[in-house]
Design a protein around this ligand. Structure first.
Ligand code: X2X
Length: 342
């Protein structure tokens, strides 16, 4: 070996650079992997991301350092851009709701159909069905990410500043902020409401100024964001849509990690998702009491009232079942139906 080459290889030796041998051997590991979450760790959803990042950091002795960027700040708050930003290499780690990515990968929205899951037993049966989830995870892979685990964003409930919402007609003329999924817009307009698409960042000032009258979000989000301070006096706990919280890694990043680290990252996501679901469920049990305690009028629909909402959204359901993924949604319906008989 020539003298210059010898000097160079000595200089590049791991010990000379003060880099741990494993990291050096991999070579391609980055100092930081960027994770986007719409909300911060004060919310169960953001907390799920935080738990995941911490578990990965601990269990890889810092080899994989996932940094959380809440407020969807990597995409300037435009949460509907998360998936395309991931494909462009701006986001490495997803901990998000596929509803937000409806414009990029509509088929990932199979969990969001109105009144698909009557209760958590139904939701658990579908997300716990391995054949179903294998098929869903293949859609995620097609969309450019390695899926690891699913948490729960929570049942979305409608709130507004005008009046109690008990039956579909009560929504007539109500200006409601919805997230970027066109399906939500159609659900609202089919009942006579006026939907406006808006990011979460824009939603709060719009509620505060009265530019919109209503919004829909899990009550844990309502509580953490103190939505009652934005003039929202009425809540209806109609449990109309409950998206997953998907933990996934951009494919090129996933492929840059060795098999042992991939295993650690997957297990960490599964553990974080379990803890996140437990947090959401605990809040779900307490939410009526806690939201009522803030002076908000909470309506919990009767089964007959729920039936009326279901009928009102039937046409939208059929249309979006076909547009999202009729086959997979059909399978979800079958799994849910079985939980009714049990
Ligand atoms: O923006 C919302 O409403 C939120 C936080 O629930 C989502 O990102 C879907």
């Amino acid at each position: 070996m020539k003298r210059r080459a010898l000097i160079q290889s000595a200089l590049l030796a791991p010990a000379a650079l003060g880099i741990p041998r494993v990291a050096f051997a991999q070579g391609s590991y980055r100092a930081e992997y960027k994770m986007s979450t719409v909300v911060p760790p004060a919310f169960a959803w953001g907390k799920g991301g935080e738990i995941f990042g911490n578990l990965v950091r601990e269990r890889t002795q810092g080899r994989i350092n996932i940094k959380q960027y809440p407020g969807a700040s990597l995409v300037q708050g435009q949460q509907d851009r998360e998936l395309s930003a991931m494909r462009q290499g701006i986001i490495d780690v997803l901990c998000g709701a596929p509803i937000n990515w409806a414009g990029t990968a509509r088929e990932l929205g199979v969990f969001t159909l109105p009144f698909l899951f009557p209760d958590h037993k139904a939701w658990d049966a579908v997300t716990g069905n391995s054949a179903f989830m294998d098929e869903y995870f293949n859609l995620v892979r097609k969309a450019g990410a390695e899926p690891l685990a699913v948490g729960e964003t929570g049942y979305r409930q409608i709130s507004n500043s005008k009046r109690p919402i008990v039956k579909p007609e009560d929504l007539k003329g109500i200006k409601v902020r919805v997230v970027g999924s066109p399906m939500y817009g159609e659900i609202m307009s089919s009942m006579g409401a006026n939907p406006t698409f808006m990011s979460w960042a824009d939603a709060q000032p719009a509620l505060a100024s009265g530019a919109v009258d209503a919004q829909e979000n899990p009550l844990e989000v309502f509580l953490a964001a103190k939505i009652h301070t934005l003039g929202q006096k009425f809540v209806t706990k109609w449990n109309y849509s409950n998206d997953i919280l998907l933990f996934a890694i951009a494919t090129p990043i996933w492929q840059s990690w060795n098999a042992a680290d991939q295993k650690i990252v997957r297990e960490s996501a599964i553990d974080a998702a379990k803890q996140q679901v437990a947090l959401v469920r605990k809040l779900f049990e307490e939410d009526v009491q806690r939201v009522s305690g803030l002076g908000v009028q909470v309506h919990v629909p009767t089964p007959a009232e729920l039936g009326a909402w279901q009928i009102a959204t039937r046409r939208t359901y059929a249309s979006w079942k076909a547009q999202i993924h009729a086959g997979l949604i059909g399978k979800a319906e079958e799994i849910v139906a079985k939980t009714r008989k049990a």
